[in-house]
Design a protein around this ligand. Structure first.
Ligand code: PRX
Length: 632
């Protein structure tokens, strides 16, 4: 199934058609997939409720499209090369035929365990092939997967399990990460103590750590797939049935479960994958994200498999055993398209070119970036030293909520410009709004990035709380989906992302709400109150700066308090959200009405010592001087 646009002119023509008649545009593409029953209505929508339905009454199973459909022509083709954390460990590969059989076996095991269409299953797994099998088995039997990044803590895991009321967790005894091993099963054990919905835990043996297994609840992955049939009837899904929930942070409250549905997500991930990366038959694609994030869902699992691609899946980290690991893996598998995050590029730049130049990267055709704005220095380094000035850099802007890439170059077809994500993909009606919600028509302007028409892979709701979906994404500007990002358009209409305009911090491409980190800090016995802001960080893009008011009567050392506060964030969310800087303060700058003036705290975190703008509404201006003089 070739969905590829082959020239820039074709892109422009397709874009024009997709705006003129979106339903016709998407229905031509959707017809190329395998449907059990053709849909009746291509699109029904309004952004007020919101209500978005694509390909209604169409019936399908996404796994038939990414496995069964390929078997005749690509059964013996490798679907994934798996590269272990330890370079001396022999890698594995799995063909489409083999993947199909493994998915069927595990699907049968899930059904035998009582899993039915619509049940929620939580996946808390390392970067191993069985994780892909688990994801696809859920989709095959119609269970809704909720993957939780294996760096989240037990508390974060429990919150997500409870929110989705999952009945089963799929995990492993542990995982390998550089020189470390992380115990996952004990994290799950702690989490499920507060999750009465969980009936079963399926455990994959990854590190031979022999964890305690609770009789009647815990089963080994290898035991339950034993003797299972290698075929499995896929569940018939309606196009708008839920495919998965993925939790992501926003500016308020606990992370919300973004819901994606079967038909639209399938069509858009396959379409965007083939076009952005200009993937051609026989190419090897590598996306370095973790399957726990949306990038892993859409561009390790669904997009590439729908396209019948061959991909690499990597268990380890970019700097183990040394900072040449990415490039060694690119050489080993002759990677043609490489997709990573700016934070990884920036951290690898610091190690110099010796670890790059010893590897042959000549197979690379397209190199991609995702997750946060890529600064000019990193863009140039990537383009010159990895792409050797021959490979276009596709700077792909998108979100958990958008399901697939929205703004990007299309391989070498489109013009590119450092730090600019580029133009919208066909079907994506991107706009900039001013503060009043009026569309900015002119170029060389800056505004709030919004989308004014549905696209197939957009979120449908936030799990269990549709009002939240409406309030967060559809209420700021009537009739528009609001991304939470600010952007500029250059003289040619190319988009450049400025960053979040809400209280979301993007740390190494991972999203955290300031409120979520504050909540974790506030559980600490020393903390009375806290305020968290982001600040520019050379490697991570943004760092986390926490101002914490502590109880002045305690006699603990400052260093002891700070490590205890850090531990509270590790426990509440995970080590990935640990503040980079914690400043203990006697109070927070507040207005007379009690609102924290974050604007001032952000400036102090950025290193400003004065020029805080209008501070006349501050309750106690001397506090600011105090915070500035002790700033970190
Ligand atoms: O602020 C934007 C930033 O990441 C946010 C989405 O985060 P998440 O849902 O975790 O998904 C990340 C991977 C798709 C956006 O609101 N972002 C993502 N890609 C880019 C980006 N910022 C600038 N340039 C990008 N290419």
């Amino acid at each position: 199934m070739d969905l590829r646009i082959k020239s820039y002119q074709e892109y422009k023509d397709n874009y024009a058609q997709s705006i003129e008649n979106p339903e016709e545009f998407w229905s031509v593409i959707a017809k190329k997939f395998t449907w059990k029953k053709q849909w009746k209505t291509t699109l029904e929508w309004n952004f007020n409720e919101p209500n978005i339905k694509w390909f209604q009454e169409g019936e399908l199973n996404i796994t038939e499209n990414l496995l069964d459909r390929h078997l005749e022509t690509k059964g013996e083709q490798v679907a994934f090369y798996w590269e272990a954390n330890d370079p001396s460990e022999v890698g594995k590969s799995i063909t489409y035929n083999e993947l199909y059989k493994e998915v069927c076996k595990f699907s049968n095991a899930l059904r035998q365990s009582g899993v039915k269409k619509g049940d929620r299953i939580c996946i808390y797994m390392p970067m191993v092939l069985e994780s892909v099998v688990a994801i696809l088995a859920c989709a095959r039997v119609g269970a809704i997967h909720s993957i939780i990044f294996a760096g989240f803590s037990s508390n974060a895991l429990a919150d997500r399990i409870n929110d989705a009321q999952a009945k089963l967790v799929i995990t492993s005894d542990g995982l390998n990460r550089g020189t470390k091993q992380v115990d996952l099963k004990s994290m799950v054990d702690v989490a499920v103590n507060s999750c009465s919905c969980i009936e079963k835990i399926i455990v994959l043996n990854c590190i031979n750590s022999n964890p305690p297994m609770q009789e009647g609840r815990d089963v080994w992955y290898n035991d339950i797939i034993k003797g299972q049939s290698t075929t499995c009837q896929p569940e018939i899904m309606n196009s708008e049935d839920m495919l998965f929930i993925l939790y992501t942070s926003g500016s308020t409250g606990k992370p919300k479960g973004v819901v994606h549905t079967c038909g639209g997500y399938m069509v858009y991930t396959a379409y965007s994958f083939q076009n952005v990366f200009q993937y051609e038959e026989g190419d090897v694609f590598w996306c370095t994200a973790d399957i726990g994030w949306i990038t892993g869902h859409s561009y390790i699992v669904y997009g590439p498999l729908l396209a019948g691609a061959t991909s690499v899946i990597f268990e380890g980290v970019p700097t183990y055993p040394d900072a040449g690991r990415f490039w060694q893996v690119c050489e080993k598998y002759n990677v043609n398209q490489f997709y990573t995050a700016p934070t990884a590029i920036r951290s690898l730049m610091a190690f110099g070119l010796d670890v790059v130049n010893k590897y042959d990267l000549s197979a690379l055709k397209v190199i991609g970036s995702v997750g946060e704005p890529i600064n000019e220095e990193a863009w140039n380094w990537y383009f010159e030293n990895i792409g050797k000035k021959n490979c276009p850099v596709v700077d792909t802007w998108w979100q958990t909520e958008t399901g697939g890439i929205m703004l990007s170059g299309l391989g070498k077809l489109s013009p590119m410009k450092p730090t600019h994500a580029g133009y919208p993909l066909p079907g994506i009606q991107m706009v900039l709004l001013d503060g009043d919600g009026t569309e900015i028509i002119e170029n060389q302007q800056e505004g709030y990035l919004c989308i004014k028409f549905p696209w197939p892979s957009m979120l449908r709701t936030t799990y269990g709380d549709h009002d939240r979906c409406k309030n967060v994404y559809f209420s700021n500007y009537d009739g528009y989906y609001f991304t939470g990002d600010g952007a500029k358009r250059d003289e040619n209409g190319m988009y450049r992302i400025i960053g979040r305009v809400d209280d979301v911090i993007n740390v190494s491409g991972h999203r955290f709400g300031t409120a979520e980190i504050e909540d974790a800090i506030n559980t600490n016995k020393f903390a009375l109150e806290s305020a968290v802001v982001g600040y520019p960080h050379d490697i991570k893009g943004q760092g986390i700066y926490a101002y914490v008011v502590v109880d002045g009567t305690n006699s603990a050392e400052q260093s002891q308090i700070i490590s205890s506060l850090t531990e509270s964030v590790s426990e509440g969310i995970g080590k990935i959200a640990k503040p980079d800087k914690i400043q203990l303060v006697t109070g927070l700058p507040k207005t007379r009405s009690g609102k924290i003036m974050r604007r001032i705290l952000r400036k102090i975190a950025e290193g400003e010592k004065s020029n805080f703008g209008d501070t006349s509404t501050l309750l106690d201006p001397t506090l600011v001087e105090d915070i500035v003089s002790n700033s970190l």
